[in-house]
Design a binder for this molecule. Sequence first.
Ligand SMILES: C[S@@+](CC[C@H](N)C(=O)[O-])C[C@H]1O[C@@H](n2cnc3c(N)ncnc32)[C@H](O)[C@@H]1O
Length: 409
Amino acid sequence: MTQEYTILRLGHQGDGIAEGPVYAPRTLPGERVTGALDGSALTDIKVLTPSDDRVKPPCRHYKSCGGCQLQHASDAFVADWKVEVVRTALAAQRLQAEMRPILTSPPQSRRRASIAVRRTKKGALAGFHGRASDVITEIPDCQLLDPALTAAIPVAKALAELGGSRKGVLSVTLTLSEAGLDVSVQGGKPLDGPLELALAQATEQHGLARLAWDGEVIAMRNPPAQRFGPAAVVPPPGAFLQATKDGEQALTKAVLEIVGPAKRVVDLFAGCGTFSLPLAQRAEVHAVEGAADMTRALDQGWRKSTGLKQVTTEARDLFRRPLMPDELRRFDAVVLDPPRAGAEAQVAELAQARRPVIAYVSCNPVTFARDAKNLVQAGYALEWVQVVDQFRWSSHSELVGSFKLAENP
Ligand SMILES: C[S@@+](CC[C@H](N)C(=O)[O-])C[C@H]1O[C@@H](n2cnc3c(N)ncnc32)[C@H](O)[C@@H]1O
């Protein structure tokens, strides 16, 4: 039965929420809508009174593709909403901070994306999954991806034709690198001699820098380096990388500003050195990261570069074995950039160690606010927060928080 609803606000996934709660995807606060209730979700939605913030989606695939959630809203609305999500998460912990104007990556700037690819009778289908569905939407005019990534989608299809099963969906991660396309495939057929040969030939034919199949490097024509400051790092296949160069630069600039003139910096959850290597232009850095192949890549990148100060690396599980106060005391600044779960155990030790400044980079405002509260209770001031939107038109955002130890807590 169709009913009328008023959208009150957006939830964390970017869905409109009406009283109930009833979830209405792709609606905006203030809109009157009709739809049929399926559990707590509204389907067959018709907007009766559109919001002034409603715009024509810039992408022609938006209706069927699940890659973006907020193309029906103006840029100004999305920017305000993303900042508000962070402010609200902080307020829930009774915290507030200066919110710097959000920095949003331009359209078509994603340098890395995982594409879903399925082999079909006639060839292969490649794109993003539809909203909460298994259907793959093809995205030849994607507004999110760098055009060089969109141009590489036929390569993903060709790989699925070689080594995808008709039942499973391959996840093909395409990353732009200085040496060309870095491709990492998950979920393919098990490797055997003929498949390996065919994949090596495909690497040549398509001029790929590197091809990895379920974690195993099949061929590397050129090391697919990423530049972090003056250093060139060759990350392990499929390793974490900030989603846009623009976003990475904004995050790095904020981190460098917070760290300031510190001479000894510890970079926790350091990945392949996104922050460690630019920091090493002015400070000695100890980079700690859970994945040993990433710390090795970082170390090699540092060794091959010139003009950087000492960088040491340590592979360590920071959830189970956080750095302890006596280990932290030799540093005068801390950078941390944990996964979505945040860094509860590590922050408990940081609260004890009381280093002068902490730059906290986060992709989850809720865990950030939880950890921020513990730092504030230990005597830190959360001076400002910079929201960086490198996941344009999605409900995600990234942020950097600047913590300074108060003189007299
Ligand atoms: C959001 S990424 C940030 C990486 C890096 N700072 C960058 O900007 O490229 C989080 C990093 O934490 C690492 N990680 C995840 N769980 C970890 C753990 N328990 N201990 C240490 N590192 C972990 C991941 O491998 C990943 O490199």
